[in-house]
Design a protein around this ligand. Structure first.
Ligand code: FHN
Length: 479
């Protein structure tokens, strides 16, 4: 054996330098070392395209953060949290017993799965992802594994996930479940967090949290994921993991992957941990300057500044901002997972409802420019890179110019022109010949004049069919 290795070393040493270099540059990147292969590791690109097709077409989904934290709604013992509502237990170090006691007050009789699904549909959303269990450990579903759940521990005794599944089926919307697999502040062992770049942190503030992480994983997390996968028929179509922490080693994550592999159509995100990349990149509360070219990605964002309901968070984004976000994301080939946070009665806050309905009105007319589209073909970025500001990755921050965006289909290019544009818009060069143009909102599709040269495309600012937020010009294209 030793002799063979010696022979190899000698053979390599005698290779000319250029050949040695080639050896190394041709070396494939080391594949992830997780012990169980996932669907992403084994399927062909064509199989992946089929699996991801509905998700790529959808472009717009509803995130729902709803759980026991809606009861304190940001305030506990006279103290208001300055952070996101669903983190209140952790941020104010609420003892486990006190937090669990909120369950007795949780009776969300105002919850209507029908109305929430109808709201998502009216907004133009194609799928819903709801928190089945967040970091507080409270299951929003009928779990036989752990009694700290909405059916057993509250006077409500209903399973909102089941009701949503029924309604989604009826109303033709897809349903996914969020599950916090590695963080659980009420289950023994569930606070054994190791944060990236830090020494192990226990995260404890109560003796009741003591315990083994592996026991938590084996007795609660994995069995609950199994319940979620098995008990809702064709749903979930998405599993949205979160905060893997370093506790999700390849070996531990592999146990979850073994379960997921039983559902070959399932889509799951990049937050399982243990070196598994999942299907989707998940930028949170921001839109990456250039998206993730060649990857599936989904920006998740709040409408105000919290995911879980906080009674005093009234910092709602305008419909204009929300729509621009959706258009911007679509122009970069991503999905927008926009959050709502129902209150302790199960009611969606009115400012959130209003905005979603307004977005839906725009989508009714202009949805064609969003659904099933691919990224912009214009290479001139609609914005510039800052000399001074840096993005999260430490690179120059991209400052968007909010005058227009573009999305693409096989034989059409859409230009979404933001309010305020006047005169002639000089768009960059388009690698397709434009054969005609019309305003998407014009039922008669009256031709709009444009000029296309090698330098670019000139189109007029909207006239006649002006939308107060974004007016869409359709370019019919060939080639
Ligand atoms: O800690 C959570 C947070 O509460 C929320 O659920 C978001 C949604 O993406 N994810 C985590 C932070 O990344």
């Amino acid at each position: 054996m030793k002799l063979a290795r010696l022979a190899l070393v000698l053979a390599l040493a005698t290779l000319p330098a250029a050949a040695q270099l080639e050896e190394y540059s041709n070396a494939k990147p080391v594949p992830p070392t997780h012990p169980v292969k996932s669907i992403q590791d084994t399927e062909t690109p064509a199989q992946r395209d089929v699996r991801m097709a509905w998700w790529r077409d959808a472009r717009f989904g509803m995130f729902i953060h709803w759980g026991l934290y809606a009861v304190p709604a940001g305030t506990w013992n006279g103290r208001q949290t300055t952070h996101i509502g669903e983190w209140i237990m952790n941020d104010l170090s609420i003892p486990v017993a006190d937090y669990k006691a909120f369950a007795k007050q949780f009776n969300p009789t105002g919850f209507s799965a029908h109305d929430i699904v109808a709201l998502a549909k009216s907004a133009g959303m194609k799928y819903i992802v709801i928190t089945a269990k967040h970091h507080d450990g409270f299951a929003m579903f009928d779990s036989k594994v752990d009694p700290f759940n909405i059916v057993q521990a509250t006077p409500f005794h209903r399973d909102p996930l089941r009701e949503l599944a029924v309604e989604c089926r009826k109303q033709g919307i897809k349903l996914g479940f969020y599950y916090s697999q590695a963080q659980d502040w009420t289950a023994p062992g569930g606070t054994a967090i190791v944060r990236a770049g830090h020494d192990p942190v226990t995260g404890h503030w109560d003796k009741a949290q003591d315990g083994s992480f592996d026991e938590y994983l084996q007795k609660k997390s994995i069995p609950q994921i199994k319940e979620l996968l098995e008990n809702y028929k064709e749903f979930p179509v998405v599993v949205w993991f979160d905060t893997p922490t370093k506790m999700m080693t390849p070996e531990r994550a592999a146990e979850v992957v073994t379960l997921l592999n039983k559902y070959p159509n399932l889509i799951w995100n990049n937050r399982l941990g243990g070196t598994y990349e999942g299907d989707t990149e998940t930028p949170e509360q921001y839109i990456p300057a250039q998206g993730f070219p060649g990857k599936d990605w989904e920006s998740c964002m709040t409408i105000n500044d919290t995911w879980g309901f906080k009674s005093f968070d009234t910092n709602f984004k305008s419909t204009e901002t929300l729509l621009r976000n959706l258009i911007d994301i679509a122009s970069k080939g991503g999905n927008y997972l926009l959050n709502i946070g129902p209150d302790a009665h199960g009611i969606v806050p009115e400012p959130e409802r209003e905005r979603l309905l307004a977005m839906g009105k725009w989508m009714d007319i202009n949805g064609e420019a969003i659904y099933g589209t691919t990224p912009t073909l214009f290479t001139t970025p609609t914005g510039s890179f800052s000399d001074t500001l840096k993005d999260k990755a430490g690179k120059p921050k991209f400052i968007p110019t909010w005058s227009w965006r573009s999305t693409t289909k096989k034989d059409k290019v859409y230009v979404e022109i933001f309010a305020g544009a006047q005169g002639t818009l000089h768009l960059g060069a388009l690698p397709r010949k434009v054969t005609g143009a019309y305003w998407l909102a014009d039922p008669k599709q009256k031709p709009v004049t444009f000029t296309q040269t090698a330098d670019g495309l000139d189109v007029p600012a909207p006239t006649g069919y002006v939308d107060p937020i974004a007016t869409v010009l359709v370019l019919k294209t060939a080639g």
